[in-house]
Design a protein around this ligand. Sequence first.
Ligand code: NAD
Ligand SMILES: O=C(O)C(=O)C[C@@H](O)[C@H](O)[C@H](O)COP(=O)(O)O
Ligand code: ZN
Length: 362
Amino acid sequence: MPEARRELRVDLGERSYPIVIGQGLLGKEDLASFAPGDRVLIVTNASVAPLYLERAQASFPGKQVDSVILPDGERYKNWETLNLIFDALLEKKHTRKTTLVALGGGVVGDMAGFAAATYQRGVNFIQIPTTLLSQVDSSVGGKTGINHPLGKNMIGAFHQPQAVLIDTDTLSTLPSSEMSAGLAEVIKYGLIRDIEFLKWLETNIDRLNDRDSRVLSEAIFRSCACKADVVAVDEREGGLRAILNLGHTFGHAIETHTGYGSWLHGEAVSTGMLMAADLSRRSGSLADADVERVQVLLERARLPLVPPAGMTPQHFMTLMAVDKKNVDGSLRLVLLESLGKAVVTSSFRNEDLHDTLAHFCH
Ligand SMILES: NC(=O)c1ccc[n+]([C@@H]2O[C@H](COP(=O)([O-])OP(=O)(O)OC[C@H]3O[C@@H](n4cnc5c(N)ncnc54)[C@H](O)[C@@H]3O)[C@@H](O)[C@H]2O)c1
Ligand SMILES: O=C(O)C(=O)C[C@@H](O)[C@H](O)[C@H](O)COP(=O)(O)O
Ligand SMILES: [Zn+2]
C-alpha cells in the first residue's frame, strides 16, 4: 500500500517553497506545475540517468525537456563539470525562463543549483533528490556550489529551489554505503536540535538499515522539517544555521585530505560528529555516557568512527583553518551543550582540541 504524500514548506518570509515527500512521484504529470516556464533542463549523472531520467522526462508534459548527463562522483564537483551544464544551456539556447531540474544526489544538486544561481544571473531550479542524504539535507535550504582542491564547497552561492520533490521509491536502488552516509545527516538532526528524534532513531535504526519504507519516510519527513525550521530562521548562515555543520569542520578536512570521493560525505560527517562529541565531553558539556550513545548509534548505522590512517592532528589543523565558519582567524566549531542541543563556539581549550585530535588520529 503506497504511503500518502506529505508536504512541508520552507518559509523564508517573502516567499516559501514546498517539500513534497511520497512514493512514486517521478513520472506523475503534476510535477510540471512546480517548474515555471515552458522549458526544462534536467541535470543528472551517468549512474542516475539509466535509472530515472526517462521517468523524470515524463514528469514535465507540455514542456520542452532537455537533459545533460554529468560524470558521477564527488571528484567531479568542480568547475570543469559545472561548465558542461553551461555548455548544454547555451548550445540549446536556454533563456532566463528555463527551469533547471537537479535529478540525483547532493553532488548533482549542488552543481545544478550553482549553475541555476549563475546562468544569466539566475534562473529557477527544482530539486529531485535521489539519495537519502540529498533527500534529508542537501536538496533543502539553497546552499549550492563546488569544491576546490584546497577546501570543500569553497565556491558557491545561496540560491533556493522552487520546490523539492522527494520520490522515496528511488531509494530502492541506492547502495547500502550511501544509505548509511545519509543516516549520518539524519542522526545529526537529532543531535543538534531534537532529543526526541534522537531517541526515535535509537529505537528505529535497525528498521532504517532494513529500508522499512514507513520508517524511512518518517525519518525523511522529520529531517526535512528540522532543516526547514533552521533555514527559515537563518537563511544565509548568519547565526543559527551553522549548527547544521555539526561534525563538518572535521569531516570536510577528511574529505579534502583524502581527495574528494574516497570518503563519502556522510562517512566523514559521522567521524566528525563523534570527534565533536568527544571535544564537547572534554569541554565539560557531555558525559562519557552521552558520547557512548553517539558512538553506538553511528556504529549501528554502519558508519565509520575514526579518520583515515595516516591523517595527523597537523593535517586537521591546517585544513580546518580555512573553514567558512572561522572568524578573524579563530576556529569556530559546532559542539554539543547536551544531546539534542548544539552551539557554535570558539570557546574551547586548545589543549582539549589537541587531545581530541590526538585521541582519534591513528
Ligand atoms: N547543499 C547542502 O546543503 C548539502 C548538504 C549535505 C551535503 N551536501 C553535498 O552533497 C554531496 C553528497 O551527496 P550524496 O551523498 O547524495 O552523494 P552523491 O551525489 O555523490 O550520490 C551518491 C552516489 O549515489 C548515486 N545515486 C544517486 N541516486 C541514486 C539512486 N537512487 N540509486 C542508485 N544510485 C544513486 C550517485 O550517482 C553517486 O554515485 C557532497 O558533495 C556534499 O558536500 C550539500
Ligand atoms: O545546509 C547547511 O547549512 C549545512 O551546513 C548542511 C551540511 O550538511 C552540508 O554538508 C553543507 O553543504 C555544508 O556547507 P558548508 O557551508 O560547510 O560547505
Ligand atoms: Zn553535510
